[in-house]
Write a protein that binds this ligand. Structure first.
Ligand code: NAD
Length: 480
């Protein structure tokens, strides 16, 4: 990231310290975080260096034993954390919009959802089974792993951090968490606020440009790495974690298909489908990334999506009228532009958008592409941006094959008024979550979320996500 001449910095600088052991980590360097809507500096994040990790992990390790020993205190602390995050919504949601780009209403919703997740895990029971064994019973217990490392991406920084913090802490682990260098400020600020409600060393939040992430994974202390980000980086994390036999949870990329059958009411579904693809500019792991529309309704659907795209207000997310902000960073914007160029070179046509507006910031018009097929990069790859290819299909078996093509298997959806048909197709889709007549309908605290194939290993959320932060311990007694 580079400095730029303009500066629009909220007066939150004291909240931007890295936190370990409940106090500021002294750092000698900072790095600038830019507002993607203006390219101005939002703030400067403290740059923790890999050689400081011993001290940070030591703090997390010291906090483990007392934190594990009092389940009631953990539940209370997670409720207090939820209250603190709720209370910080007005103060900090503008910061999230400034560093990430999303409209203010969506930034506020991240705070709300973060609090919901914390409360859900505060109240969730740790599993405990008493199973028949010989002529007596054996106890199967969940035990915390110890210190966990967590690494998050830039698209939904606060919610994705809390997806890790809430279950890990509930189970009795302590954590060292590193946000993306593109969006570290809100996470650091929340970490600072949570010092008031969490014992020292339980949650340590550090920022820094890479290779800090790799150093976190390689450090000998953490027993697990929970990572959300791209598949390419996830593979590196898995390789590095294997050297220390660390557990991993990997939430990675996706290329999520929506299959639209001929019996839908196009006018009725277009708006929902559009926002399932374009919310946060498509920078959501479970966003619709490719639409397969039956040939009999394909043209009508393209037109309906294009009309919505053309009428959607794009701009600085701090303007309440704006529905789509900029992309988060120039590399992501350039990737979207390149995929659109490549599609046009391969015969695609633009039904809406297709241009990078001439203005500061990393903007790209919401774009609907027609006349695209499997085999074109924008259909085959994860675009993670505001461009949606709409592919025509005729045959159900063919479209199922198309949906299952490629290395990913995160989410998918099937849209039809015939629910029996929709369920039968859903049964044949290789994805961690398949929704009917909506996309991503099950991203809630109580349902497991995770990908098949190269979309990840393991799941987050629900009791399954809590189990991922535990080892099992079996207690038996002699002869029974
Ligand atoms: P990224 O992989 O570039 O970076 C993610 C994080 O990893 C950042 O914090 C980064 O600093 C860190 N990192 C970089 N190199 C590392 C290394 N060698 N070892 C450890 N950490 C390292 O991903 P991104 O561009 O920030 O996020 C976009 C990607 O995230 C997309 O592919 C998207 O699909 C995926 N994502 C997946 C989910 C999900 O739940 N499956 C959710 C959100 C985003």
């Amino acid at each position: 990231m580079t400095n730029s001449p303009g500066v629009d910095r909220p007066d939150l600088s004291t909240l931007f310290a890295a936190t370990a052991d409940g106090i500021d980590v002294p750092t000698t360097a900072t790095f600038a975080v830019l507002n993607p809507a203006t390219e101005h500096v939002v703030g400067y994040a403290p740059s923790v260096t890999p050689d400081q990790l011993d001290g940070v992990f030591a703090a997390a390790e010291r906090a483990c034993q007392p934190w594990q020993s009092d389940e009631g205190a953990r539940r209370q602390a997670l409720h207090a954390a939820a209250d603190a995050i709720d209370a910080a919504t007005d103060e900090l949601s503008g910061l999230l919009t400034a560093e990430q780009g999303k409209p203010l209403a969506e930034a506020r919703s991240e705070f709300t959802r973060a609090a919901v997740w914390l409360r859900y895990f505060a109240d969730l029971q740790l599993g405990h089974e008493d199973v028949p064994h010989l002529d007596g019973r054996a106890a199967v217990q969940r035990r915390p792993l110890g210190v966990v490392a967590a690494i998050t991406p830039w698209n939904v920084p606060l919610v994705l951090a809390v997806w890790k913090i809430a279950p890990a802490l509930r189970a009795g682990n302590t954590m060292v968490l590193k946000p993306s260098p593109f969006t570290p400020l809100t996470t650091l600020a929340v970490g600072h606020l949570l010092r008031r409600v969490l014992p020292a060393g339980v949650l340590n939040i550090i920022a820094g440009p890479d290779p800090l992430g790799a150093a976190l994974v390689a450090h000998p202390t953490p027993r697990k790495v929970s990572f959300t980000g791209s598949t390419a980086t996830g593979i590196k994390v898995a390789q590095a974690a294997a050297a220390g036999l660390k557990r991993v949870t990997l939430e990675l990329g996706g290329n999520d298909p929506a299959i639209i059958f001929d019996d839908v009411d196009v006018t009725a579904i277009a708006e929902t489908l559009f926002w399932n693809a374009f919310t946060n500019n498509g920078q959501i792991c479970r966003a619709v990334k490719r639409v397969y529309a039956h040939e009999s309704i394909h043209a009508e659907l393209v037109e309906a999506l294009a009309t919505i795209a053309a009428s959607t207000k794009v701009g600085d997310g701090s303007d309440p009228a704006v529905r789509l902000g900029p992309l988060n960073n120039p590399a992501q914007r350039d990737r979207v532009a390149e995929l659109v160029r490549d599609a046009l070179d391969h015969g695609a046509t633009v039904a809406a958008g297709g241009r990078q507006p001439a203005r500061p910031g990393y903007f790209y018009e919401p774009t609907i592409l027609d006349n695209v097929t499997d085999g074109v990069r924008v259909v085959d790859e994860e675009q993670f941006g505001p461009v949606l290819p709409v592919v025509a299909f005729r045959d159900t078996a063919d479209v199922i094959r198309s949906a299952n093509r490629g290395p990913y298997g995160l989410t998918a959806s099937v849209w039809s008024n015939d629910l029996d048909r929709a369920r039968a197709v859903a049964d044949q889709l290789d994805a961690g979550q398949v929704s009917l007549n909506v996309h991503g309908g099950g991203v809630v605290p109580h349902l497991p979320f995770g990908g098949h194939k190269l979309s990840g290993i393991g799941v987050e959320n629900g009791p399954w996500g809590l189990d991922a932060y535990c080892d099992l311990r079996v207690i038996t007694s002699a002869g029974r």
